[in-house]
Design a binder for this molecule. Structure first.
Ligand code: NAD
Ligand code: ZN
Length: 232
């Protein structure tokens, strides 16, 4: 690991599973009892805004009863102590990485604790429930929606992420199924630019074959072990 300076880490729902936050494709392929296409698409929001808003209200409320696990804490320690460049890109919309202490963090798929104005694009911190019809504090339109990147919408900060991937010496993917693009393609971008690649997941992801090394097991165990190695 001596030659490694720039590190990019991608996390998915698996990193929060041990905190008690359900993953995307739980029992029966459902996310908390809902079909993904009923709560994760612009069409669903247009068809049944009450259902979609309520779904994310429930996810947001749940954050009060969960806490960062050893994987979140270890990643925050790496962020604090790593002397080189480091970027943590999460697909998660929970706030467990920041509550764990991570600073260099991008929420590429949005955040539960944020509201997005569908009129002007303004984003604002949001802690409470968000019923349809709330007014934007900037443009006044009653168009605030959950600040979640739905299927078919552009993830946040892609330029910064692509730049970090191009400069990475090591790309690490943790707790993600490798099914959702563009995140699932980050490993290929990093490899193309010469990075070493490591995956940590409970079971092999769809993109496992792209990684130089795969470690199988719970993130709460594997990630602290890996961070110890990196800082040794
Ligand atoms: P996913 O649910 O598709 O995949 C999760 C992966 O984590 C699976 O491969 C699973 O085997 C693995 N996993 C489960 N428990 C684990 C553990 N303890 N340790 C290590 N790995 C474990 O999730 P995804 O790939 O992140 O894609 C999901 C999409 O759903 C994202 O876009 C995200 O925005 C959204 N989502 C977010 C949350 C959250 O914020 N916590 C939760 C569910 C879904
Ligand atoms: Zn607005």
């Amino acid at each position: 690991m001596a030659a490694i300076r720039n590190v990019v880490i991608l996390t998915g729902a698996g990193v929060s599973a041990e905190s008690g936050v359900a993953t995307f494709r739980g029992p029966g392929g459902l996310w908390e009892g809902q079909r993904v296409e009923d709560v994760c698409t612009p069409q669903a929001l247009a068809r049944d805004p009450a259902l979609v808003h309520r779904f994310y209200d429930e996810r947001r409320a749940k954050l009060a009863s969960v806490a960062p696990n050893p994987a979140h804490l270890a990643l925050a320690r790496l962020d604090a102590e790593w002397p080189g460049e480091l970027l943590l890109v999460t697909q998660n919309v929970d706030d467990l990485h920041e509550r764990g202490g991570s600073m260099r963090l991008i929420h590429m798929h949005g955040e539960l604790k944020s509201a997005l104005c569908a009129g002007c694009g303004h984003r604002e911190a949001w802690e409470e429930s968000l019923p349809p019809g709330c007014e934007c504090t900037v443009c006044g339109a009653p168009l605030l929606r959950p600040d979640i990147v739905f299927f078919g919408e552009m993830p946040y900060r892609m330029e910064a992420i692509e730049r970090a991937l191009a400069e990475a010496d090591l790309f690490v993917s943790i707790g993600t199924s490798g099914a959702v693009y563009p995140a699932a393609g980050f490993v290929q971008t990093a490899r193309y630019h010469g990075a070493d690649t490591l995956e940590m997941n409970l079971d092999p992801s769809q993109g496992s074959g792209w990684f130089a090394e795969s470690r199988l097991g719970p993130a709460g165990v594997l990630v602290p072990e890996w961070v110890e190695e990196m800082l040794a």
